[in-house]
Design a protein around this ligand. Structure first.
Ligand code: GLY
Length: 364
């Protein structure tokens, strides 16, 4: 098992991310090893609420509840699977579900699922009674390599993705790689896109798996390297004032693609598209070498994604205007200038349409 402790201020002593196999069926034991001071304050012992979606619930809820019940009462709050659920209505239903199950401040939420579950359960944990403890149990590759670590929680608003949320750190991330076996192919691809993003940021020790097309055969190591990289970034810049913005590589354009497609294009695939476009922009601006451009482009092509986009620069630009990362007239782009050395560049939004045209322009 690989364990990475994440030192953050938003959680007294930080927390462990545990990556391994066979961890999930003993989730109760893992939780009982955590030191909850507030636990003793609750009159009738620790209570758990497992927040999950309809797909994951069907596969894993029973095992989870069974293991938890050895340590306390366990209830479930389930919502319909999919990004379309990541909204204020479902969020309200989750909070009502926690209250209906009489969860108190000394109790614990378990976010059992992929990125959508993690984001919404984490946000609910941060808001319910002004904050109760929660743990992340990622069941998608995307959540395992990225979203379960670092305490970003959010829901989407009509105007755009993740527009309401909190930085709220978990008490533990329990990543059981065996749970990823049940993932549909498209979800595997989405997670791989996010892992490739980390490879471009981290450097050759991770990027090589994507370049050589053998990331899946080395899944345990890929996940551990992604978690380790992300944990380091989060420790240095928990609230995304600087370095953490690097993790948005491919995301500004990717989020715009998601919004333009009405979320029919999944997050991982959209950020793969975003990386393809930003790689071209960096190269065509003369900021990266032909070799770097080719290596990233080849690694993206190894996935067999469909990179034919039907959106025009103007549509993407309008969607980017709703991006929460925009500060007034300025948006920070992440430019892949070298493998292992991406750079942040503040760009006036007036310059964006031309940059997008550059990124969408086909080779002659
Ligand atoms: N998913 C990017 C971050 O957590 O900062």
């Amino acid at each position: 098992m690989f364990t990475r402790h994440v030192n953050v201020t938003n959680n007294n002593s930080g927390y462990d991310v545990k990556v391994g196999r066979g961890l999930f069926e003993n989730i109760g034991v893992e939780i009982s090893n955590l030191n909850f001071k507030s636990h003793v304050l609750t009159p009738d012992g620790l209570k758990f609420a497992v927040i999950t979606d309809s797909n994951v619930g069907e596969l894993y809820l029973e095992t989870c509840i069974k293991s938890l019940r050895e340590y306390g009462d366990a209830a479930a709050v389930i919502f319909n699977a999919g990004e379309a659920s990541k909204n204020i209505n479902t969020f309200g239903q989750i909070l009502e579900g926690l209250a209906a199950n009489k969860l108190t401040r000394g109790d614990l939420i378990i976010a059992l699922g992929g990125g959508v579950v993690g984001d919404m359960a984490g946000f609910a944990a941060g808001c319910y009674m002004r904050g109760i403890k929660f743990i992340q149990v990622p069941t998608s590759l995307l959540a395992a390599v990225d979203s379960s670590v670092g305490g970003k929680t959010a829901i989407d608003l009509t105007a755009g993705k993740n527009l309401a949320g909190l930085f709220y750190q978990p008490e533990l991330v329990l990543c059981d790689i065996d749970l990823l076996k049940s993932l549909p192919e498209i979800e595997m691809q989405c997670g791989m896109a996010e892992a490739l993003k980390t490879g471009i940021l981290r450097g050759d020790d991770l990027f090589k798996f994507f370049e050589n097309g053998n990331a899946r055969e080395n899944l345990d190591e890929v996940i551990a390297l992604c978690v380790d990289y992300k944990a380091g970034v989060v420790e240095r810049d928990e609230r995304e004032q600087g370095e953490r913005k690097l993790l948005n590589l491919g995301h500004t354009i990717g989020h715009a693609i998601e919004l333009c497609s009405n979320y029919e294009i999944k997050h991982g695939l959209a950020i793969a598209q975003g990386m393809k476009i930003i790689n071209k922009i960096a190269f065509r601006l003369g900021l990266s070498s032909q070799e770097t451009f080719n290596r990233i482009d080849k690694a993206l092509n190894n996935f067999n994604f469909d990179f034919n986009l039907n959106f025009k620069a103007e549509e993407l630009f309008n969607a980017i205007l709703a991006d929460k990362k925009r500060k007034g007239d300025v948006i920070t782009l992440v430019l892949p200038v070298e493998i292992g050395a991406c750079e942040l560049k503040d760009v006036n939004i007036n310059a964006l349409p031309a940059l997008l045209e550059l990124g969408l322009m086909r080779e002659e």
